[in-house]
Design a protein around this ligand. Structure first.
Ligand code: HDE
Length: 682
C-alpha cells in the first residue's frame, strides 16, 4: 500500500487493506489504546464486593457488546457475499458509454450479495423464495449497482404496493409464523387479491425458487433500463446473469430436509467453492431494444411482470464475472454493504417502470435506519474506488476530515470548487426523455394482462417441471387454512392453466374450476431448466465405504471423478481411515450421523467386507432417499446389493458396470445430468 495515495485513489483491495485488522499475537488494549492488564474480572470493592462504577474497562466492553447488532434488512435479511471481478468481452461502445463496458482488458472489481427475500437474518437458506442477486461494480466512474433477483419478473407493478406485499409475505403478525415461507394465508390472500402477481407466482412455485446453489442460478435486473451511448442515443436494456455451471435446482422434499441438516447450505457451498479455487462464474447478457420498437410487443416493456422472450429479443452475452475472494468479515462487508438501483454511471439510465421508480427512493431511505445515518457510503465496503468530493458534511459516524472553510456551492474562497463536471468530461446527465401527462394514480391499460405470460411460462416448462409446479401449489395451498382463499387461488390460476388448476383443486379438495383453458400457445424454451448447461464439475459425490473395499477399483473411479472436477467425500460408520483389500487407505470425511444424502449431488456405493447391520441399514436409507430425489447413484461390486435391495438397478441414472473405466465415464455423465426425472414419469 502506497503511503502517498489518498484512500479514494486506491484499488478496492488496497482500500480494504487499511481497514483489515489481524489481532493475532497483539497486546490487548481498550478502544482508546490503553493496555489491558486483566480481562476476566470486573473491578470490585473486595473479592466478594459490588462492582464499581469506576470500571470504565468493563463499561466499554459491555456497551460495545450491547450495541453489536444493527436492524436486519426488512427484506433480503439472510444473505451471503463474495468479492470478484468483471470483464467485458467486447466494447459496448455502440450502445453505452459506461466506462466499465468499453475495454476487454480492464477488470472491474465487484462485490456480490445473494439472499433470500422473506426470512430473517438467521433463517434457513433452501426455502422456497426468490433469491436476491445484487452486484456492486466499483467502476472508475463511481459505483454501479445491479440489484437483481434470480427471477426475471416481480409480484407487483407499482412500488406503492411493496409494503403490502411484504407484510403479506412475512410471518403473520399475530403469531409470527411461519418463518421464511410463503405457505400461509396472508401471502395467498394477497396473491388472490392482486392478480398481477400471477406470473411471478408461477416462477415462485417452480424449481427456480429452490436453487441448488448460488453458483447455479440466473440473475436478472428485472426492470427495463436504458443504455445511452456517447452520441446520446438510447436503447432499452434488460440485464441477465447466466451461470457458467447452468441453472439447477433442488427438489422440494430435499430442500426442506436440508434446512434441518444444514441451514447454511448455500453459504457453505459458496464459501467452500471459493476456498477450493472453484470460482463461480456468470456471464453478463443484455437484451437490447431500440426506442422505436418500444410499442411493438403484446406487452408493455415497462411492466415488471413481463419477460422479453429470449427467442424474440436474443440475449447478447457481453462479459463475465468471476467471484474469487471470500469476505474477511461478514458483518463489516456482507452486512454493511448498501445496494441501490439508483447507483448508476454515465451510459446507464432508468425507464419509467413504476416499480423501478419507487425503488429509487426506497434503498437510500432504508440504509438511513439500517446503517444509522447518511455516511454509509464511507464504510469500507461501500466506498467508491474513484475520488468523491462534494459539500455534504457531518452526520453520525462521519469519517472524512474535510479541510478548509468551504462546504457550499457556489463559492469564491475555493474558486467555486468542488465544481460540477460537464457531460463531455464525465458528468452524469439524465437521459432527456420527453414526458407529458396528467397527474394520475392509475394502472396503465397496457399493464392489465396478467395471465398471458404466466401461461407462456407454463407452456415452456418440461413435464417434470410442470409436475413440480403442481406439487408446489398443492403444498402451499395445503398449508392455507381459509377455504375461501384456496378457492380464490384455484380460480385465479385457472386463467393460466386448467390442467394446473384442476389438479390442484382435486388435491386440496377445492371446487373444480370451470371455463375455457387459456388460448396462449406460445412457449419460450429458454425458460426451461431442461435446456441449461449440464456439467459435472464441482458436484459433490458421497462415497459410502467400509473396510475391505476393493482398492484398485475405488482408486480408478475416484481419480476419474476428480479429473472431471467432481468432489468425492467419503462417508462411513465412523471417522478415521478405512483400509482397502490392497492396503489403500481412505480418510473418512463424514459419518452417517454428520452426513445425509440430501447434502450430496450423487452417491457412489462402494461398501466393503463384513459390514455391520447398521452400516447396511444406513446405506440403504441413503440410497433410497437419493433415489427419491432423482439423484445419480453409482455402485460397483459390493455396492450392487443396495441397488437390488431397493429394486432400482434398472432405473435411469443408476449406474453399475463390471468395467471400471466404463463405470466411471457413465457415472460422470449421470452426475452431469444433475437429476434423472425419467424416474418421476414412470
Ligand atoms: Fe428490493 N429492497 N425492493 N427488490 N431488493 C431491498 O434495500 C424494494 C425489488 C433486491 O443484498 C431493501 O438495502 C422496493 C425488485 C435485492 O443488500 C429495500 C421494491 C428486485 C435486495 C428494498 C423492491 C429487488 C433488495 C431492503 C418494489 C429485483 C437485497 C434492504 C418497488 C430486481 C440487496 C435494502 C442486498 C433489498 C426495497 C423490489 C432486489 C427495502 C420498495 C423488483 C437483491 O430498500
Amino acid at each position: 500500500m502506497s503511503d502517498k495515495k489518498n484512500v479514494n485513489e486506491q484499488s478496492k483491495d488496497e482500500q480494504l487493506e487499511q481497514y483489515r485488522s489481524d489481532d493475532t499475537g497483539k497486546q490487548m488494549t481498550t478502544n482508546q489504546g490503553l493496555k489491558v492488564s486483566e480481562d476476566e474480572f470486573s473491578l470490585k470493592a473486595g473479592d466478594r464486593g459490588p462492582t464499581l462504577m469506576e470500571d470504565f474497562q468493563f463499561r466499554e466492553k459491555m456497551t460495545h457488546f450491547d450495541h453489536e447488532r444493527i436492524p436486519e434488512r426488512i427484506v433480503h435479511a439472510r444473505g451471503y457475499a463474495a468479492h470478484g471481478e468483471f470483464e467485458v468481452y467486447e466494447s459496448m461502445k455502440e450502445f453505452t458509454k459506461a466506462g466499465f463496458l468499453q475495454d476487454p482488458s480492464k477488470k472491474t472489481p465487484v462485490f456480490v450479495r445473494f439472499s433470500t427475500v422473506a426470512g430473517s437474518k438467521g433463517s434457513a437458506e433452501t426455502v422456497r423464495d426468490a433469491r436476491g442477486f445484487a452486484t456492486k461494480f466499483y467502476t472508475e466512474e463511481g459505483n454501479y449497482d445491479l440489484v437483481g433477483n434470480n427471477i426475471p419478473v416481480f409480484f407487483i407493478q407499482d412500488a406503492m404496493k411493496f409494503p403490502d406485499l411484504v407484510h403479506a409475505l412475512k410471518p403473520e403478525p399475530h403469531n409470527e409464523i411461519p418463518q421464511a415461507a410463503s405457505a400461509h394465508d396472508t401471502f395467498w390472500d394477497f396473491v388472490a387479491n392482486n392478480q398481477e402477481s400471477a406470473h411471478m407466482v408461477m416462477w415462485a412455485m417452480s424449481d427456480r425458487a429452490i436453487p441448488r446453489s448460488f453458483r447455479m442460478m440466473e440473475g436478472f435486473g428485472v426492470h427495463t433500463f436504458r443504455f445511452v451511448n456517447e452520441q446520446g442515443k438510447a436503447h432499452f436494456v434488460k440485464f441477465h446473469w447466466k451461470p457458467v455451471l447452468g441453472t439447477h435446482s433442488l427438489v422440494w422434499d430435499e430442500a426442506q430436509k436440508i434446512n434441518g441438516k444444514d441451514p447454511d447450505f448455500h453459504r457453505r457451498d459458496l464459501f467452500d467453492s471459493i476456498e477450493n479455487g472453484d470460482y463461480p462464474e456468470y456471464e453478463l447478457g443484455v437484451q437490447l431494444l431500440s426506442e422505436e420498437d418500444e410499442h411493438k410487443f403484446d406487452f408493455d416493456i415497462l411492466d415488471p411482470t413481463k419477460v422479453w422472450p429470449e427467442e424474440d429479443i436474443p440475449v447478447k452475452i457481453v462479459g463475465k464475472m468471476t467471484l474469487n475472494r471470500n469476505v474477511d468479515n461478514v458483518f463489516a462487508e456482507t452486512e454493511q454493504v448498501a445496494f441501490h438501483p439508483g447507483h448508476v454511471v454515465p451510459g446507464i439510465d432508468f425507464s419509467n417502470d413504476p416499480l423501478l421508480q419507487g425503488r429509487l427512493f426506497s434503498y437510500t431511505d432504508t440504509q438511513l435506519i439500517r446503517l444509522g445515518g447518511p455516511n454509509f457510503h464511507e464504510l469500507p465496503i461501500n466506498r467508491p474506488v474513484c475520488p468523491f468530493h462534494n459539500n455534504q458534511r457531518d452526520g453520525y459516524g462521519r469519517q472524512t476530515i474535510n479541510k478548509g472553510p468551504v462546504s457550499y456551492h457556489k463559492n469564491s474562497i475555493a474558486q467555486n470548487t468542488p465544481a460540477p463536471v460537464p457531460e463531455e468530461q464525465g458528468g452524469y446527465v439524465h437521459y432527456q426523455e420527453k414526458v407529458e401527462g396528467r397527474k394520475v394514480r392509475t394502472r396503465s391499460e397496457s399493464f392489465k394482462d396478467h395471465f398471458s405470460q404466466a401461461r407462456l411460462f407454463w407452456n415452456s416448462m418440461s413435464k417434470p417441471e410442470q409436475e413440480h409446479i403442481k406439487e408446489a401449489f398443492t403444498f402451499e395451498l395445503g398449508k392455507v387454512e381459509r377455504k375461501a382463499i384456496q378457492e380464490q387461488v384455484v380460480q385465479m390460476f385457472a386463467n393460466v392453466s386448467m390442467e394446473l388448476a384442476k389438479e390442484v383443486a382435486d388435491a386440496i379438495g377445492a371446487t373444480m374450476p370451470a371455463g375455457e383453458d387459456s388460448k396462449v400457445t406460445k412457449s419460450s424454451p429458454a425458460l426451461s431448466q431442461e435446456n441449461t448447461a449440464k456439467k459435472p464439475a464441482t458436484r459433490k459425490v458421497g462415497v459410502i465405504i467400509a473396510d475391505g473395499f476393493n482398492g484398485p477399483e475405488v482408486k480408478t473411479v475416484l481419480e476419474a471423478l476428480k479429473a472431471e472436477g467432481i468432489q468425492p467425500e467419503a462417508i462411513s460408520d465412523k471417522l478415521g481411515k478405512r483400509k482397502g483389500t490392497d492396503g489403500t487407505e481412505i480418510e473418512i470425511d463424514h459419518t452417517f450421523l454428520t452426513a445425509d444424502s440430501v447434502l450430496f449431488d450423487a452417491l457412489y456405493a462402494v461398501g466393503g467386507e463384513d459390514l455391520s447391520k447398521k452400516f447396511v441399514k444406513n446405506t440403504a436409507y441413503f440410497i433410497n432417499e437419493a433415489f427419491t430425489h432423482f439423484k445419480p447413484i453409482g455402485a460397483t461390486h459390493d455396492g450392487l446389493k443396495w441397488l437390488e435391495v431397493n429394486g432400482i438397478q434398472d432405473s435411469a441414472g443408476v449406474v453399475h458396470s463390471e468395467d471400471m473405466s466404463q463405470f466411471a465415464s457413465e457415472f460422470v455423465q449421470a452426475v452431469a445430468a444433475h437429476r434423472h426425472w425419467e424416474r418421476e414419469i414412470v
